[in-house]
Design a protein around this ligand. Structure first.
Ligand SMILES: [Fe+2]
Length: 383
């Protein structure tokens, strides 16, 4: 006869496996946030605006942001920090300034069990507007209960009670392709997003639906100094025409609210607050290097896209439960979905996306001694 302890340890895995929250009747946990598409809605360009990054005002010791923090964990050396004990909804204006600074420094910040998801559209927008005017997406859905600035991320197979609860747009848009596509959101905007919020409302039952984040600062730093010099001063064309076409082809509820965007940006940018240099190209939106012949541009971009995708030594992976909020700075990171959970399981989130500064080009410095200061390179005679 097994002892009591052995009986427990032999219990079936299914009984012990942690499951995320689901409604028993299969309905969405957050029906007000179900995706809604208005076929007649149009969105105008926001136009040029002066952007003052709140990170400039931040106290670098982060006393307001971390006042109630109980634990701070780095998810990887170069990107990602998880902060426990802090409610984003309770941060003061100074706390939000410090959030902007830390997001710029660490790329991505994870907060769990956030009442932010329960405070309503207007209170959510008020907090995120601290970082810049909110972007309205050109084709992704809004919440059924209103608020054009909330971008809904939704994947689920079943009709429950309304057609709107069935939406396979996300899965269809990656049909026949890897769903792992590194990008910064909306890089073809003239003033692309900075610190951005994604709030998870409902996750797949067991695991999956994570976000991968890569440091664009370390992506640049990890290149040889001479190659970095070659990249500085270059510009590239970013366009969303492929994404728009894909969306319209595959999305059963897709609408087109806004014209396609084409924009030229520096290949290496400088963060306005930290002054860190970051590689600013991504495989989804960056189309060509200006002034290079097509083959040269393709060759260089392919190398840079591979560099971003392969270098897991400057990536982290963010797992979500309902109530997890990821705040990340798009100017210093690339990210990707995973779409690794069982097809048909519900994943439901919203994104609020503040626009920021016009990308600042990195200046070419003839001999800045960077290589001599890089101990890892000096040690290996790589300067
Ligand atoms: Fe994205």
């Amino acid at each position: 006869m097994p002892t009591a302890t052995e009986t427990v340890s032999a219990a079936p895995l299914a009984a012990k496996l942690v499951k995320r929250a689901k409604n028993e009747d299969g309905s969405a946990l957050y029906p007000d946030y179900l995706p809604y598409y208005d076929p007649l809605e149009k969105v105008d360009d926001i136009g040029y605006f002066e952007h003052f990054d709140p990170g400039h005002r931040a106290d670098p010791k982060l006393p307001n942001l971390l006042a109630n923090a109980t634990r701070v964990v780095e998810l990887s050396p170069h990107v990602g920090t998880e902060i426990e004990g802090v409610q984003l909804s309770q941060l003061t204006s100074e706390g939000l300034d410090e959030l902007a600074l830390l997001a710029a420094q660490r790329g991505a910040l994870v907060f769990r069990d956030q009442d932010f998801i329960n405070i309503g559209f207007e209170a959510q927008k008020k907090i995120v507007r601290h970082f810049g005017p909110l972007h309205i997406h050109g084709w992704a859905p809004h919440p059924a209960a209103g608020s054009a600035e909330h971008m809904i991320v939704y994947d689920h197979k079943e009709y429950v009670d309304e057609p709107a609860t069935r939406d396979l747009r996300v899965r269809r848009s990656w049909k026949g392709r890897s769903p792992v596509q590194w990008h910064t959101d909306q890089s073809p905007e003239p003033q692309p997003p900075g610190a951005t919020f994604i709030a998870m409302l409902e996750s797949p039952a067991a695991a999956g639906g994570d976000t991968l984040v890569s440091s664009s600062v370390q992506a640049f730093k990890s290149l040889s100094p001479r190659f970095r010099k070659r990249l500085e001063g270059l510009t590239a064309i970013h366009a969303n025409n492929d994404s728009v076409a894909q969306e319209l082809k595959n999305g059963e509820n897709a609408v087109m609210r806004r014209r396609g965007l084409v924009q030229e940006h520096p290949v290496v940018i400088v963060h306005p607050v930290t002054k860190d240099k970051a590689l600013y190209v991504n495989p989804v939106y960056t189309k060509r290097i200006v002034g290079f012949d097509e083959e040269e541009s393709d060759y260089l971009l392919r190398f840079l896209f591979d560099h971003i995708a392969k270098r897991q030594d400057f990536q982290c992976r963010v797992r979500y439960e309902a109530g997890t909020v990821l705040v990340w700075d798009q100017r210093v990171t690339n990210h990707s979905q995973t779409l690794d959970y069982p097809a048909g399981d519900r994943r439901h989130a919203f994104r609020l996306t503040p626009l920021a500064n016009k990308p600042i080009p990195a200046k070419i410095e003839e001999d800045d001694g960077e290589c001599a200061e890089d101990y890892a390179r000096v040690q290996l005679d790589l300067c």
